[in-house]
Structures are given as C-alpha cells and as structure tokens.
Design a protein around this ligand. Structure first.
Ligand SMILES: C[S@@+](CC[C@H](N)C(=O)[O-])C[C@H]1O[C@@H](n2cnc3c(N)ncnc32)[C@H](O)[C@@H]1O
Length: 537
C-alpha cells in the first residue's frame, strides 16, 4: 500500500512491533482509529442551540425538541442539560451498506473507502459514548442494525456500555413476503438492547399490551358487567395436604384435584374467591373450578426477543405510512414502522413522563410513535429528535430535518388525510458551532435557551428584556444579559419571590455585591456554560 512504501526496513519493523504490542493482548473490538480522520470538532468548540420559532409547533414553553444538525454536535449540546435524564434512546443509524449511506466530516463514505468499517465504528463510538452519559438510571438504548455491521456494533456496544449491560438482541421480522435474491433470503433485522444498570431497567421496563388476537381467549358469555374474562384452571402440580380439599359445585357435584395435582389455593382463599364471584364452574355450572381473570387485570406480556411483523409492522407498512403523510413514498427511503417504535416505547418508556431520544431521527417516526402512545394511554412522554439536513455539495438546499422530519411531526400533531391530529408541540432548534475562543460571541438567546434546558428542561420563546426569569416559588433561574443600575429594584424583587435562585450574568462580581442574598447563587457567563458543556474534555 502506497502509505508504507516510503518507510525503511527498520521503520517498518518498529511499526510492526508497536502493533504487536498494542493488539496482541486484548479481547474486544479493535479498529484503526488512528487511520481514520478524527471528528473535527472534538470538543474544541462549543455548540449553541438556536431557536427557530417559525418552524416549531405551539406557542411554548416547549419540552419536545427537534434539533437540526450533526448529531455529534447535538449530543454534546444535550449533554449540557440532559445528562442522566433520558429513559429511552432509540436509534436507527446508517447501516454502512457501502451505498453512500452516511456522512463523516461532511463527506459520504462509500464502498471504495479503504477504512469504511473503521470509519463507521469510530463515527458510532463517538456518538454512543456521548449518548451513554444521557441515560437515566434504569434507562436503556435500543439500536436497529442489519447484517452489515451487527457484529461490529455488538462488540462496540459491549465496549461502550460494558458486557454486563447487554439486555437482549431482538429480531425484527421486517418482511412478510419471501426474498429470493440471495442464497438465503433476508427477512429480519436486529435491535440490540443495552442498559447500563440492567437490574434497575428490569424493574422499570413495561410490558407489551395484548393484541386482539392474544386477547380473544377473554370472552363474556354470561354478560358479566366487569367485562371480558377467562377461567384459569384452579390446579397446580404436586401434593400439598392443605390444598387437597373437596370442592362442591352449586349443582352439588363434588370435585377432587385431578391425579398428581392439588388445588392451586388453600381452602380459605378458595372460599373468599367464591364469595367474591371469582370462581367459574363452566357453562353447565358443574365443571371443575376455574379462577376468573378479567382482561382489564392483565398487565400485558413480558417482552421477548421475537418481534414478528404481525405485531410490529414491516418495511412495506412503514413506506405506506410515508405515502399517506406526504403523498409519495420518495419523501424518505428508509423509514421504520410506527408500530416497531411503539414496541420499544412500551418496553423502555412505560412511565407517563419518560423522556425519549432519537438522534438518527430520519423521517421522525419516533416522535410519531411517542405522540400516538401518549394519545392512547394519556401519557405525557416527551421526545428529543436529532436529524441532519443531508445537504451535500450536489444538493446544498436539501433539508431533511425541516422538510421531512419536522413536517411529518407537525402533520401528526395537526392531523393529515383521514388521521385526526394527536395534539402536542415541539421547538425547532439548530446547532451552531462556536470555536472555544469565540464563546464570548454567543447570542443572549442561545445562553437563555441553554440555561432554561439546564434548569427547567423546557424552553420559552425568546423576548428582549432587562432580565429573563423561569421558575416558581421554590427555585428558579435568572439571566441578566446586560446589567443596568435602573433594573436593580426589579431584580431584587424577582429574587425575593423564590427560595433558591441561580443568577447568571456577564458581571457576577458586581451583581454579587449588589444582591448578596444567601439564597442567590451567582454564576458567570460564558464560563459556567463552558463548564457544563465540559468544553475541552
Ligand atoms: C436509517 S435513517 C433513520 C430512519 C428513521 N428511523 C425513520 O423511521 O425515519 C438514518 C438517518 O440518520 C441520518 N444521519 C446520518 N448521519 C447523521 C449524523 N451525523 N447526524 C444526524 N443524523 C444523521 C440520516 O440522514 C438518516 O436520515
């Protein structure tokens, strides 16, 4: 290879010895990180978020965010405010098919790229490492992938989250018709699931609601006012003396436990169930006892790794969803079905207020699924989506985030075609890189957005004012963009209304002297932002 031709024999030997020392003793994924061009921005710059109110939905304050930009930038900006706060991360990254499906440092990576796999691994490594910091205790990340990189991705996730964090490798049946092009037809993809604290995740994770097919065993032949039910046979394996009593039906038939079994409950418990009307003796009234279980008592199914298309949809369904929303399937090439993401949410975002992040958002399916699930179960789950513009030198005007992702989410909120609006809102933000040395040039609106996200987890529309306040009687955050003496009485009045206040300003020394109250913590801008951002680390 041309890159080694200029080296002398001694230099080549030294290089090989260094490689032997480095690579010989490790188990795990090794990639040519040094050969791959490093992420250009690697924390030598700060990322500000610019609010574009005209592209959002609703008057604010907003908790749902759609962020336009490279997700490496967006994740660094989000780490400032969301470290340890996200319950569910779902991502569907480019699969590295060789068909120019991902951009690294503003350049498409294709089949001809010598370091194609290493570049993809390095690209994912940087993003997954940032994402790990955002997960809440008990949170989990689900990553979609196909055969192209599944092995590399599994090893990489082991490296980033630890081997013990692996929860499951789920199989999604993406096709319903046969695929005959390859030697063996391709019918599925994977979702790799990792949770940094798997035990905590297990306690928190939700169950899967029964489908109508699974629920059809619940019937209501006797018109029970409590609704559909099924009888669970009241027997258990083995012999337990206090579970071997006689059961007499209303028609006088006497039942004993079947051969090799006992009743599943002791007699006192059985009597209580009988009195409560929770025992069925079948249509005839003289069959063996069964415990009545109502459909509304069923918590759902414990999730498993097999996700068939009948339950979670297939690629064709996803394309039809795009067609219905945009009137054409060409609006977006690789969407996932809403039902697939809903399955992820049932498992990893069962809490009514859970926060869901997708930083390869594409057409915005994840927000669609969050809004749909909220509409179904009355939840208030929030979403943060990150999408690139996909603009290139050939298509400089392309803006996937604005024209597909945000447009779709807007339509889902407001309604489209036959589909009624699901209600909801979002703020639209753009990433803006500021070189570390130029942090002084940060806009006041950008400071205020960052501070609100950091302290309140929501953003109000920007307005020009002597100072900006967000909070309540307990605590709040204040930002003084440019201090003027005449604003001091109003400022003093504002800080008195809360028990704890963090006051950000460009002149913290002056303000500390003028407002020395012990419940006010003075912070300097932009230094405090750089610290929260972990600039330079
Ligand atoms: C497979 S698609 C995701 C599809 C999505 N799950 C859906 O249902 O619509 C991957 C997306 O990641 C985006 N992407 C690739 N590199 C990115 C980056 N560095 N930052 C942000 N988005 C990126 C691509 O533009 C593409 O839209």
């Amino acid at each position: 290879m041309a890159r080694y031709e200029h080296l002398s024999r001694e230099e080549l030997i030294r290089l090989l010895e260094a490689r032997d020392r480095r690579d010989a003793t490790r188990f795990g994924l090794v990639w040519e990180a040094n050969e791959v061009e490093r992420e250009r921005a690697l924390n030598r710059d700060f990322v500000a978020l610019d609010l574009a109110p005209e592209l959002g939905v609703g008057p604010g304050p907003w908790e749902n965010l759609i962020i336009e930009g490279d997700n490496f930038d967006a994740l660094r900006a989000l780490r400032l405010a969301y470290a340890g706060r996200v319950q569910c991360i779902y991502i569907d990254p480019p699969y590295n098919t060789g068909n120019r499906d991902f951009v690294y440092n503003d350049r498409f990576v294709d089949r001809e790229d010598l370091w194609r796999h290493s570049t993809w691994v390095e690209f994912m490594y940087q993003r997954l490492s940032l994402a790990r910091d955002l997960l809440a205790p008990g949170g989990a990340i689900f990553v979609s992938i196909d055969d192209n990189e599944v092995f590399a991705l599994g090893m990489l996730l082991h490296k980033v989250f630890g081997e013990g964090a692996h929860v499951a490798t789920c199989v999604w049946q993406k096709r319903y018709s046969r695929e005959n092009r390859g030697a063996i037809g391709d019918a599925h993809e994977y979702l790799l699931v990792y949770a940094p604290q798997p035990e905590l995740f297990k306690q928190r994770r939700g169950r899967i609601p029964l489908s109508e097919d699974q629920a059809k065993v619940y019937k209501n032949p006797n018109g029970d006012p409590r609704g559909r039910w099924r009888g669970i046979p009241m027997t258990a394996q083995g012999y337990r003396p206090n579970q071997m009593y006689d059961v007499v039906t209303p028609s006088g038939v006497v039942h004993k436990p079947p051969e090799g079994r006992c009743w599943s409950t002791v007699e006192t418990e059985f009597r209580k169930l009988l009195e409560a009307g929770r025992i069925s003796f079948g249509k005839s009234g003289d069959s063996q006892p069964a415990i009545i279980r109502y459909l509304d008592e069923v918590d759902g199914l414990v999730p498993w790794t097999w996700w068939p298309h009948e339950e979670v949809g297939h690629t064709d369904e996803a394309r039809k969803e795009i067609q219905t929303i945009f009137g054409t399937q060409t609006a977006f090439d690789t969407p996932k079905p809403v039902r697939l993401i809903e399955r992820v949410l049932h498992i990893a975002a069962p809490g009514a207020d859970d926060l869901v992040l997708d930083f390869f958002a594409g057409s915005g399916t994840t927000a669609h699924a969050v809004l749909k699930l909220n509409a179904e179960d009355g939840g208030r789950r929030r979403f943060i989506l990150v999408s690139s513009t996909e603009a290139t030198a050939d298509q400089p005007e392309k803006n996937l985030c604005r024209d597909v992702c945000a447009t779709r989410v807007r339509k889902v909120i407001e309604g489209y075609g036959e589909a009624p609006g699901l209600s909801g809102d979002f703020a639209y933000l753009r990433c803006r890189r500021l070189p570390a040395g130029a942090l002084i040039d940060i806009e006041h609106a950008e400071v205020w957005t960052a501070l609100q996200l950091l302290h309140r987890g929501r953003i109000e529309p920007w307005r020009t004012a002597p100072f900006l306040w967000a909070g309540d009687e307990q605590d709040g955050v204040l930002y003084v963009p440019r201090f003027r003496r005449e604003d001091l009485p109003a400022l003093r009045e504002q800080v008195r209304r809360s028990t704890a206040v963090v006051l950000y300003s460009w002149q913290p020394g002056v303000l500390r002297e003028l407002i020395p109250d012990t419940h006010v913590q003075h912070e300097a801008v932009p230094e405090s932002l750089a610290r929260h951002f972990r600039l330079g680390t």
